[in-house]
Ligand binder design. Sequence first.
Ligand SMILES: Cc1cc2nc3c(=O)[nH]c(=O)nc-3n(C[C@H](O)[C@H](O)[C@H](O)COP(=O)(O)OP(=O)(O)OC[C@H]3O[C@@H](n4cnc5c(N)ncnc54)[C@H](O)[C@@H]3O)c2cc1C
Length: 402
Amino acid sequence: MSEQLERTILVAGTGPAGLAAALALAAAGREVVLAGPPPALEDRRTTALMHPSVRFLEELGLAEALRAHAAPLSTMRIVDATTRLIRSPAVTFRAAEIGEEAFGFNIPNAALNRALAERARAEPGIRWHECMVEHWQLDAASVTAKLADATTVRALLAVAADGRNSPAREAAGIATRTRPLPQSALVLNFGHTRHHGFTSTEFHTEHGPCTQVPLPGGFRSSLVWVMQPADAETLKTLDETALSERLERQLQSILGRVAVEPGCQVYPLSTALPARFAARRIALVGEAAHVFPPITAQGLNLGLRDVAELARIVHAHGQDPGAPAALERYDARRRPDITARSRVVNLFNASLLTSLLPAQLARSAGLGLLDSMPLLRGFFMREGMRPGSGLAALLPPFDRRS
Ligand SMILES: Cc1cc2nc3c(=O)[nH]c(=O)nc-3n(C[C@H](O)[C@H](O)[C@H](O)COP(=O)(O)OP(=O)(O)OC[C@H]3O[C@@H](n4cnc5c(N)ncnc54)[C@H](O)[C@@H]3O)c2cc1C
């Protein structure tokens, strides 16, 4: 076994999860070979990052980029905009209620990807091949990848950060339950005449949530509007004036007059949950490990927790971070968080889509309890930011585990 093989980790995929994984593993002293195309700067989405994710990215050297491009999220509101018989009360979550100035920050994906890529290019421990992995070969002792630029990389561990259809996951033979959803997300940015007050509002409709998230400056926001795929395609063809009017109606004019910016995009939605999160010297992170609809801003926050845990496992298994014991530990450590988040988000989405009375009653009762019980609201706010912290805050101080 060569010295090179022992130190090298291959990261496949250059979305935010892959770039963050490359940076975290290089920071842990590993030689990282990163394979994937230049970052997607045409992505019009924004990502709401909760505080623990923000702190993690700051540790990776992104503090300046976050300060320059992100808006704080100090209040989050859920409004029932359905026309159903049973409707839920509006629920408002204020970060101040749990002693925080903000839950986190909302940052445009293009700015986040650009900043991560710049850091990766400047990091001497990362060798970036801007091309795809074309072929995987796995055996008990190592993983070998053939890249499109004709390079062959051999490593003890490969990180699959290659997205929802993950070829690396397939090569590892990990069975995955995938399901297309009858929903697409229309994504755009827009200006408005009223200050957003650093508040995000999620309007729940019969076809999914329509979520406005603040951008820096007070008078711009981003939008993720989940609806039936045909409706998303129709709205995408509207001119900006017609789309602005339609959006203003949907937002009940809470932000005054609305002017959508050019370049709206449509993302078809699906779910995916692999049976394992690591096998045969390949560890899954980001959307290779979990896909669910964009509700309550969980996806990349979960992906960054995958990366942070993987970096800890690599540190603890310095000799062979791809050994079965290391991968089993990674799988066991990530399973509760990933499966719980996936279930809750999918259940919440399903409760919006169904017209069954019991489901509507349960959703309405749940939101009603959240609205009226500050303790429960505090629990959910903390859990939304960091798993386990809601429960920890309910325990007496000497019992708390951070
Ligand atoms: C509309 C919408 C809004 C969202 N909003 C939020 C939010 O507010 N907060 C939040 O936390 N999450 C949010 N998410 C989820 C978040 O966007 C995803 O979790 C995140 O983008 C996934 O990043 P990733 O790096 O895992 O995957 P991707 O960004 O898909 O990256 C995968 C990368 O792998 C590369 N690749 C593929 N095959 C290969 C190969 N063979 N070799 C090398 N590279 C390969 C691709 O080119 C790509 O660069 C949202 C999602 C959607 C759809």
